[in-house]
Design a protein around this ligand. Structure first.
Ligand SMILES: [Zn+2]
Ligand SMILES: [Zn+2]
Length: 271
């Protein structure tokens, strides 16, 4: 699988334009802009569709014209901004079929944005534990330690030869994640790391310490091995400036990349 990190930022993005802190100032100085977290898999599978998504795709030099399936984790607007359904309806020709996968609050929110008469969109409501097979992908919904007007989920995705875990937003693994990942040998883990060296202000997000513990869990469970690429996403401005963050992550065999980075899953060497 080829994965493009469309966005790697927390809800407020990083830098937060309202914030004078050193971390935000450093990102401004370096021109490092992190939009709402979202990823594009093989140009066909979109993971999360938050408020920043259209511009994030454009800045990455990508389009979404080949996307057949959108997997949305939860109904917070940095992950689910259903206006994208309307934007598709403004094409010159009828939009191609699209499948939207998500927990109940996501589906309810997206339905409200569908143009009357638009029959191009199919909704697939999932709850943690469900497995959906679409377009050659096996998509497993896992429980998140998070909630947004109801259920939030994470996604484990396999194309039969490589696999990834997309885990945002969440705190320490919810009961059921270990069982849901039994037998998975992951090539890529995208795991949220919202708070950096500041102790997490919420049980629903990770700081660097709990992020490291969550990766250690995956290693202990046999899901993450030495060739697994572990990438921090959903980065907020409580994180330290980039050079320090890179060092702290490297010490726990994890990485951080700018928005727009394309990763070939199954190889640590090709970026
Ligand atoms: Zn979020
Ligand atoms: Zn959230």
């Amino acid at each position: 699988m080829d994965v493009t990190l469309l966005g790697t930022g927390a809800a407020d993005g990083w830098p937060n334009p309202w914030c004078p802190c050193a971390s935000c100032a450093d990102n401004r100085r370096l021109g490092l802009v992190r939009a709402n977290t979202s990823a594009l898999v093989d140009d066909r599978l979109l993971l999360d569709a938050g408020a920043d998504m259209n511009r994030a795709a454009a800045h990455a030099g990508r389009d979404l014209t080949q996307v057949t399936t959108v997997c949305i984790t939860h109904a917070h607007d940095d992950h689910c901004h259903p206006s994208f359904l309307l934007h598709r309806a403004w094409l010159d020709s009828p939009p191609p079929p699209l499948r939207v996968i998500g927990p109940a609050p996501v589906i309810a929110s997206c339905r409200e944005w569908l143009e009357p008469g638009d029959e191009s969109v199919t909704f697939v409501q999932v709850t943690a534990g469900d497995v959906v097979e679409v377009d050659g992908y096996r998509i497993t919904a896992l429980p998140a330690t998070h909630e947004a007007f109801g259920e939030a989920v994470l996604y484990a995705i396999s194309d039969g030869s490589s696999s990834l875990l997309y885990a945002t937003d969440t705190g320490p693994w919810a009961p059921g994640v270990r069982e849901g990942l039994a037998g998975w040998q992951l090539d890529l883990v995208m795991l949220e790391e919202t708070f950096g060296e500041v102790p997490s202000k919420s049980p629903h997000h990770h700081d660097l310490a709990t992020f490291g513990a969550a990766l250690a869990d995956l290693r202990a469970w046999g899901n993450v091995h030495p060739t697994t690429r572990c990438v921090a996403i959903h980065l907020g401005h409580h994180n330290p400036p980039l050079a320090r963050l890179q060092g702290l992550l490297a010490a726990i065999d994890a990485e951080v990349y700018p928005d727009g980075t394309a990763l070939h899953v199954g190889s640590r060497k090709t970026v």
